[in-house]
Design a binder for this molecule. Structure first.
Ligand code: PLP
Ligand code: COI
Length: 341
């Protein structure tokens, strides 16, 4: 059962909630799926997820609105991206409706963990799929398990809407023809060491450059990059090894249609940072985190300010978060109400 939670103090740490969803794929089909209390999985020691990284995951949030309803933000996009991740590493796809239904069941079963409106906290949902069964050769698993668990969270990067600093890394997260665009665990394994180096050097995380030339920005830790040019263009990098962030595509739309900015998906050269007056990291966990400064090859580039969010970033944040919490009218199809709560 729920312990007392100080919603305002939440960071991004595991909390065991009451129920999680589990469904097993065997003999070519998914079973009906069910909610369980046990937060441990029992799987074969020879599961492909354990040895060969055959697994993928998603991240999305449930938001409590002012009138007490609970809503999901674009869960169909997460479901579709998970299907792409599955295809990439030869796992069976989870149907979009079943994915969304699983998320809804988990939210309903843990309703009292959905933070109250106004605290800034949300319920983070973590769907994932793993290859199970016993296979020791390097080949796809005979069985798969799909789960969704949830936990209440606050800010991912310390500071919330306060800017944080990043440094570039010489390590690569993903190769141009590799798995960077899929949300698979291997990409995150590759990021652990560079992440730790950045944190030890006093930065929030590291910025990955393109693996082929190390001249263009790809990702900001576990978030996408955006910059606002001096003439108010919303710019975000394009690359086959970036995770297609749902937040990023939402911001591209909002920048054009709600803020009246032009937007561009194009190369962002690390040596041309002075084209931007503001910059940020965006993602489900990161929401919008303003980038104060980037340290690259011993040179520090400061954007708007190291202590204050820039005005365009603030407007983007207010619009996005306003939609997610139901205070700003959403584009059609972006909000999915969780019924019967
Ligand atoms: N890039 C990486 C590597 C991520 O892990 C995430 C998080 O999901 C993102 C970007 C942001 O994607 P989204 O906005 O869909 O959460
Ligand atoms: C998310 O934003 O949902 C992510 O997956 C980031 C996570 C790896 C912490």
């Amino acid at each position: 059962m729920k312990k007392e939670i100080n919603w305002e103090e939440l960071a991004f740490n595991y909390i065991k909630t009451d129920k999680r969803y589990i469904s097993v794929w065997k003999d070519g089909q998914w079973d009906e799926g069910k909610l369980v209390e046990d937060n441990f999985l029992t799987i074969s020691e020879a599961s492909t997820a354990l040895h060969y990284g055959q697994q993928c995951f998603e991240g999305l949030k449930a938001y409590r609105t002012k009138d007490g309803k609970i809503q999901l933000f674009r869960p169909d996009q997460n479901a579709k991206r998970m299907q792409k991740s599955c295809k990439k590493i030869l796992m069976p796809e989870m149907p979009v409706e079943k994915f969304i239904d699983a998320c809804e069941q988990v939210v309903r079963a843990n309703e009292h963990y959905v933070p109250p409106y106004g605290t800034g906290a949300t319920l983070y949902l973590r769907p994932f799929m793993i290859g199970t069964g016993s296979t020791v050769g390097v080949k796809p698993a005979p069985e798969y398990t799909f789960c969704v668990f949830c936990l209440p969270v606050g800010a991912y990067f310390k500071g919330g809407l306060g800017p944080v600093n990043f440094m570039t890394t010489e390590y690569d997260r993903a190769a141009p023809m590799g798995t960077g665009a899929a949300k698979v665990g291997g990409n995150y394994a590759a990021s652990l060491h560079p992440h730790q180096e950045a944190v030890e050097a006093g930065y929030a995380d590291c910025i990955y450059l393109d693996a082929a030339t190390h001249t263009k920005i790809e990702e900001v830790g576990a978030a996408n990059f955006f910059g606002i040019t001096k003439d108010d263009i919303f710019v975000t990098p394009v690359s086959p090894s970036i995770l297609p962030s749902i937040t990023k595509y939402s911001l591209l739309y909002l920048a054009e249609n709600y803020l009246g900015l032009k937007s561009e998906e194009r190369d962002v050269h690390i040596d041309h940072l002075d084209e931007f007056k503001e910059a940020g990291a965006c993602g489900t966990a990161a929401v919008i985190t303003p980038i104060g400064a980037i340290m690259h090859k011993g040179k520090k580039h400061v954007f708007h300010s190291e202590s204050e969010v820039g005005p365009v970033t603030k407007k983007l944040y207010d619009t996005l978060v306003g939609i997610q919490f139901g205070d700003v009218e959403a584009p059609e199809g972006w909000i999915h109400y969780v019924e019967n709560v």
